[in-house]
Unconditional design. Structure first.
Length: 302
């Protein structure tokens, strides 16, 4: 699929790496989709879903979060939802201008569900949202991951590093932001969902150790949303790649929820998926090399 890579700047002057995947048909009228990465994921982590969406007529924008893994500014040790929100906001604003649309469809994986719902509620910039194993109770997710509730502790009482999904993270930026915003609280998710008059679906595994499906149902119920939009999927735990058959079904369901239609979405071939893995690693190298010629200069790869 044709992919263009470029950088955008946040209001704070930080660099966010973005890829635009476009359908071969230049006149395609499918949705414009912005994909927000889950914790520990980079743009190429969502390559197969992007390929499926493009095969079904969508235009897809992916980005690497700030203070995270990938090509954007910062390291994952300094991770916080505030920086993810800044990257997401800049990308969505840029996409709306580039594509000439008022609203975009959005995909969020895991923790990125929290800022995606908040941004959509605040700016009315989304027309459809699909959450993949979407976190709705950030505080409880952190407790499950860390075994301790750090959010009410004083900054001086926190350890220098904690392990989140095999990544070493300084907990202080996360705890400090909870003094300013309430995105990590389940009540904030309810408030955001309550003002969204658009389709919102959360595809959740019943045995997810990061997301309690009972919390998802409770949040949707409190926001008076259709419980049928809490969709139980046959994925093993919070790791999407452990069950390829279930993952294929999940990606099909997410694609259908965004592009519409009653039939099965067009699936990429095995050869296309294998080729994608290598081409996107090369695209990362090309994107980095393009910065030596001046930030913001796009490169393109088929």
């Amino acid at each position: 699929m044709p992919t263009e890579c470029f950088d955008v700047r946040t209001k704070e002057g930080r660099t966010v790496a973005v890829w635009r995947d476009g359908p071969p048909d230049k006149d395609a009228t499918g949705p414009v989709v912005v994909m927000a990465p889950g914790f520990g994921q980079r743009m190429r982590s969502s390559g197969v879903l992007a390929l499926m969406l493009v095969h079904n007529g969508a235009t897809v924008y992916r980005f690497d979060a700030l203070d995270h893994v990938g090509l954007s500014d910062g390291e994952i040790v300094d991770y916080s939802l505030t920086q993810l929100m800044q990257a997401l906001t800049s990308v969505v604003d840029t996409v709306r201008v580039r594509e000439g649309v008022d609203a975009v469809s959005m995909v969020a994986t895991s923790l990125s569900a929290l800022p995606v719902l908040q941004l959509a509620a605040d700016k009315k910039c989304a027309d459809n949202i699909a959450l993949m194993l979407g976190v709705v109770n950030g505080r409880q997710t952190l407790v499950e991951v860390l075994g301790v509730d750090y959010l009410d502790r004083e900054l001086d009482d926190l350890p220098d590093r904690v392990q989140i999904d095999k990544h070493s993270v300084d907990p202080r930026p996360i705890v400090a932001e909870t003094r300013v915003v309430d995105w990590w609280e389940m009540s904030a998710t309810v408030d955001a969902l309550s003002v969204l008059n658009i389709p919102v679906r959360n595809f959740v595994a019943a045995d997810d150790d990061w997301v309690d499906i009972a919390d998802v149902r409770s949040v949707f119920g409190a926001a008076n949303l259709d419980q049928r939009n809490v969709i139980e999927v046959a994925v093993s735990g919070h790791a999407l790649l452990r069950n390829p058959v279930a993952l294929k079904a999940l990606l099909s369901d997410v694609t259908r929820s965004l592009v519409g239609g009653e039939g099965e979405p067009v699936m990429p071939s095995f050869e296309e998926i294998v080729s994608l893995r290598g081409s996107e690693r090369e695209l990362e190298r090309s994107h980095l090399a393009s910065r030596t010629d001046g930030p913001g200069e796009p490169t393109e790869q088929n």
